[in-house]
Design a protein around this ligand. Structure first.
Ligand code: MG
Length: 157
């Protein structure tokens, strides 16, 4: 059994879609990044890669590579799963937290969970997604960006 941790941040800007866990969420701004900037899926990928000792998503998918521009992070997550399966790992469970002042995310969490569970090939109860504000404090509170934390367990064999 191996444990992994991931953390990611993206800046909120105008004229970008807001994508979290592969779900497009209506909002007046979205997250800026080379890919679709899905901060939840990025934190999750870093947790999975970290558990396997495979560095991080910047190492796996360099942003100098134009083939990753605007790519769906769910496609990248599928590639991470292939890397893990090639090494004999399967996902035990995942727990995540999104940091966002706005919008309210609770009604979208089940859809995000379904998306991630399909790709990770686990039942939905092995994927947990929480969303919290930081009470108006700091850069998330000022709505300058969103962050996400993720931890996971990988099982061997
Ligand atoms: Mg990122």
């Amino acid at each position: 059994m191996r444990i992994g941790h991931g953390y990611d941040v993206h800046r909120l800007v105008e004229n970008r879609a807001l994508i979290l866990g592969g779900v497009e969420i209506p909002h007046d701004r979205g997250l800026l990044g080379h890919s679709d900037a899905d901060v939840l899926t990025h934190a999750l990928m870093d947790a999975l890669l970290g558990a396997a000792g495979l560095w991080d998503i910047g190492h796996a998918f360099p942003d100098s590579d134009d083939s990753f521009k605007d790519i769906s992070s769910l496609v990248l997550l599928e590639r991470v799963m292939t890397m893990l399966e090639d090494r004999g790992y399967k996902v035990g469970n995942v727990d995540t937290t999104i940091l966002a002042q706005q919008p309210k995310l609770a009604s979208y969490l089940p859809l995000m969970r379904r998306n991630l569970a399909v790709i990770l090939k686990v039942s939905e109860d092995r994927i947990n997604i929480k969303a919290t504000t930081e009470e108006g404090l700091g850069w998330t509170g000022r709505e300058e960006g969103m962050g996400a934390h993720a931890v996971c367990i990988l099982e061997e064999g």
